[in-house]
Design a protein around this ligand. Structure first.
Ligand code: GLC
Length: 563
């Protein structure tokens, strides 16, 4: 039935991403934990999703909320114990769900035993686990760091009179994949979790792992454009293929790489099945649409156009039409809430735009990824003072601007829309104190709109809630395999108000209409050779149609079966 794409559970599955720190606290320390997730499994199951992706839960000093790992085989005490993890994994399996973990191996924490050893002496057996530049060779060639206050990825370390490399914070030294011992350590860690029964990994900044260890000056074509350089390491594919041979090929697991810097031209090198590397990756083209160059986590540009949004998705769909497979996401723990960014979180448009965006993810080819709270339309919190923030990216950037005498007020205004903490506020379960997330003061403020309907309990009771729409839309995807595998065809690409496309497989065809407009909008689809359009779902009243001319209300989404 499916000609070009082989069927797979990770193609048909819907992913639900959980930021454990913010999901459910059961111990009263204001921090979410593994028992909390276990307690909420019935809820997750009720959504109709299939795969849970957990952000890092490993032992970590939390310089970057768990993306700085001190021990890859133990659980962060704030989140629980290994026994709690095992209980959670068992619960997940019993519910018929799958679990994907975060693999963060471009860098470790500086508190990892490997690094503590590495920095002791130049002849330490772990020296070559990290990237070092001896100070007698002068200042190392410039490398840019995401979270460093000075933007410098080389940090001078006095004990051995040398600099170490850190693309992220000074407490996240980059691991040296060029050393085969490091690679074997990583493979052993992966096997450890797979042998427990974990179903896959999301691989943190996996495109950055290979480096030119001569550390030359940035080649001219990358000047001012470090991300493509970081993701263009000479042995990247050699390592991914080796990882596949050594580990992945031995298990039925799913892999999704986080791949900043990887464009359409290189997409299939990672995910074409015959390459034997990864199953999927997250590209950054959409996330960069309203950002300044190289500022994907931070600086916001005004306005983006629907035609550009469509172009990005249409091009990526083509890239994976015959080989490889895409991953569809509109937000995650690194980006603001999707309804606030791609829709509108005002009272008038919140419900419609949140559900329209869900419809989009669930009617595109590629595996859809939802981020906890997206199913109830959680919105940006928009902090107004720096003391509310916890994220190293915001805090260090603020300090850096302050040190340079820059405009910190303008930066704070920017962060109201752009900050990562917008997406990390506690899950809104009900209308009790702290939205039912914790009995104590949460680690990050709760968005007060939990009292105004943005919470699970209220929405479960309301047939017309964002949550109940989500559940219905999930079922629509599940019942129509064409929405997973069918060919995608964009209609009227120039239209700045409506995103319209068809999905076709054999004789079945579906029409998806998504309004991104705050006004009524009309679309004439005379090119469609179908007389009847049978409505499967919509988030608003549907105006009658002759199957060709459609009128949509603001942010309306409609899925039709064409006959
Ligand atoms: C990835 C993670 C992000 C983290 C960074 C460094 O981009 O998603 O949260 O800060 O890598 O590990």
């Amino acid at each position: 039935m499916i000609k070009e794409q082989r069927r797979n559970w990770w193609k048909e599955g819907i992913v639900y991403q959980i930021y454990p720190r913010s999901f459910q606290d059961t111990t009263g320390n204001g921090i979410g934990d593994l028992r909390g997730i276990l307690q909420r499994l019935d809820y997750i199951k009720s959504l109709g999703v299939d795969i849970i992706w957990l952000n890092p839960v490993y032992a970590s000093p939390n310089d970057d909320n768990g993306y700085d790992i001190a021990d890859y085989r133990s659980i962060m005490p704030e989140f629980g114990t290994m026994a709690d993890f095992d209980a959670l994994l068992e619960g997940i399996k019993l519910s018929g769900l799958k679990l994907v973990m975060d693999l963060v191996v471009n860098h470790s924490s500086d508190a990892h035993n490997w690094f503590e050893e590495s920095r002791k002496s130049r002849d330490n057996p772990y020296r070559d686990y990290y990237h070092w530049w001896p100070a007698e060779n002068g200042t190392p060639p410039k490398r840019w760091s995401y979270f460093d206050v000075e933007g410098n990825a080389w940090n001078y370390d006095p004990p051995t009179d040398a600099y170490y490399l850190h693309y992220f914070s000074v407490k996240q030294p980059d691991l040296k994949w060029e050393n085969p011992k490091v690679r074997n350590e990583v493979y052993d860690i992966m096997k450890f979790w797979f042998d427990k029964g974990v179903d896959g990994f999301r691989m943190d900044v996996i495109s950055f792992i290979s480096k030119d260890t001569a550390y030359p000056e940035l080649p001219e074509r990358f000047k001012g454009d470090f991300v493509p350089y970081y993701s263009d390491g000479p042995k990247l594919h050699e390592y991914l293929h080796e990882m596949h041979t050594e580990v992945l090929s031995k298990y039925d697991v799913m892999t999704v790489g986080e791949a900043p810097g990887i464009g359409l031209d290189k997409a299939l090198d990672f995910v074409a099945a015959d390459r034997q590397e990864l199953n999927m990756f997250f590209h950054f083209d959409l996330m960069a649409l309203d950002r300044e160059q190289n500022e994907v986590f931070t600086m916001r540009k005004e306005n983006w156009k629907l035609t550009e949004f469509k172009k990005i998705h249409s091009q990526w769909d083509v890239a994976f039409a015959k080989k490889g497979w895409g991953s569809m996401y509109l937000n995650n723990h690194d980006f603001p809430r999707s309804v606030s960014r791609w829709g509108r979180d005002s009272r008038t448009h919140w419900f419609k735009s949140a559900t329209m965006l869900q419809t989009f993810l669930l009617t595109m080819r590629g595996t859809p990824y939802f981020y906890y709270g997206e199913e109830i339309g959680m919105t940006n919190i928009k902090f107004d003072k720096i003391s509310d923030y916890k994220d190293i990216n915001t805090l260090n950037r603020h300090e850096s601007i302050a040190r340079q005498g820059g405009d910190t007020e303008a930066f704070l205004r920017n962060e109201q829309d752009a900050s990562r903490d917008n997406a990390r506020t506690p899950m809104q379960w009900n209308t009790t104190a702290n939205a039912g997330f914790s009995t104590e003061k949460p680690w990050l403020k709760v968005n007060s709109n939990y009292k105004e309907g943005v919470n699970v309990a209220t929405q479960e009771e309301d047939a017309y809630s964002v949550l109940n729409y989500f559940k219905r839309m999930v079922q629509v995807r599940k019942e129509h395999l064409t929405l997973v595998y069918g060919e995608y065809h964009l209609l009227q690409e120039e239209n700045e108000e409506i995103y319209a496309y068809t999905r076709t497989m054999t004789t079945e065809r579906y029409l998806i209409l998504l309004s991104f407009s705050t006004q009524r909008a009309l679309i004439d689809l005379n090119e469609l050779a179908f007389d009847k359009a049978k409505l499967l779902i919509s988030n608003d009243d549907v105006r009658s149609t002759n199957g060709k001319r459609f009128e949509l209300y603001s942010y309306q989404a409609c899925v039709y079966k064409l006959e």
